[in-house]
Design a protein. Structure first.
Length: 321
């Protein structure tokens, strides 16, 4: 983390729906003393900063908010990147790859030129690949380049299980793993309601069976498509997920979140970012929490990782040379 000053500064790059949902969430939850908004459209960034500032009287703590530029990243603790081309109806996150690789490279080069030495949190899609791009272009240690990964997917899973069982989603413990996209999966053997394995609940109750668990997973996997079809974009959930990650960093929480992290041999995979539980601290990713996956789930993890790596080699690496 940057030690250049005593106040905690977060820079947001990209003031679209996702970026501003994060900014609004951070303002309401607190956690940083400074929030800088950076966007190609400086007028929009200025308007957004004005609008947020007008709510400071109702915020939990004082925060200085302004529209800035990449030079403001030099003293930042965290730079959150949400900029990039949006996912269009019918378009998968991986379809965005080549287009957003070029955008991300330009952004990260300008951030690093400021002397930035903090932590990146990336939400631009496809997030696993854009996090890889950010790490490669920045040259920062992989522990300090974090993607939002399957943090939102996991929250969706917890909500849907809780909704089905009429249980507070905060008491549902489980993960969506792998790609933030179509090849994700749920390791059901590591999913609990309270302290009770969900597979035991399946055996004991008539209102939940394996088919319903599969439907819940499919609804989680396809949630973005369903929302985009109805309102053209998703942003509130990811905005809150980003705030959760940023607060875990700033507060040195040592929380376990399903972020996009670089695998270096875990799950038999190496050389790309993917969604996995990891311990998040003030220094970034302290460690990847490697779950003991059964053979079926390990095969899903391997397949998802292989898909991501093949996409990187075909659509990303050529633009990083």
């Amino acid at each position: 983390m940057s030690t250049k000053k005593n106040v905690r500064r977060v820079v947001l790059v990209g003031t679209g729906f996702v970026g501003m949902s994060f900014a609004y969430s951070l303002l309401n939850q607190g956690g940083a003393e400074e929030l800088v908004l950076v966007d190609l459209d400086k007028n929009k960034a200025e308007g957004e900063a004005m609008d947020l500032n007008h709510g400071l009287a109702f915020a939990p703590r004082k925060m200085r908010i302004w529209a800035g530029d990449y030079s403001d990243c030099g003293d930042a603790d965290i730079v959150v990147i949400t900029a990039g081309a949006a996912q269009a109806p019918g378009e998968t996150r991986l379809d965005l790859c080549a287009k957003n690789t070029k955008i991300m490279r330009s952004i990260v080069e300008q951030i690093m030129a400021s002397g930035f030495d903090g932590i990146f949190v990336v939400a631009s899609n496809p997030v696993d690949i854009m996090t890889y791009v950010t790490q490669k272009v920045s040259g920062l240690p992989a522990s300090r380049v974090i993607g939002s990964g399957t943090t939102l997917d996991t929250a969706r899973l917890r909500f849907m299980i809780g909704d089905h069982l009429n249980v507070d989603p905060r008491n549902v413990h489980g993960y969506i793993m792998a790609e933030h996209g179509d090849s994700s999966f749920v390791p059901w053997t590591h999913t609990y309601v309270g302290t009770k394995p969900i597979l035991e609940i399946v055996d004991e109750r008539e209102d939940l069976d394996l088919g319903q668990l599969q439907t819940i997973y499919e609804n989680v996997r396809d949630a973005a498509y369903a929302i985009i079809e109805r309102k053209k974009a998703t942003y509130y959930g990811i905005g809150m997920a980003l705030t959760r990650v940023v607060r875990a960093i700033l507060n040195d929480e040592h929380s376990i979140l399903t972020v996009s992290a670089l695998l270096e041999g875990q799950y038999g995979c190496e050389g790309a970012y993917i969604g996995t539980p990891a311990v998040i601290t003030r220094d970034g990713i302290q460690e990847v929490v490697e779950l003991d996956l059964n053979a079926v789930d390990q095969a899903k993890m391997t397949k998802s990782f292989t898909t991501l790596k093949a996409t990187i080699e075909a659509s990303t690496d050529p633009y990083l040379d």
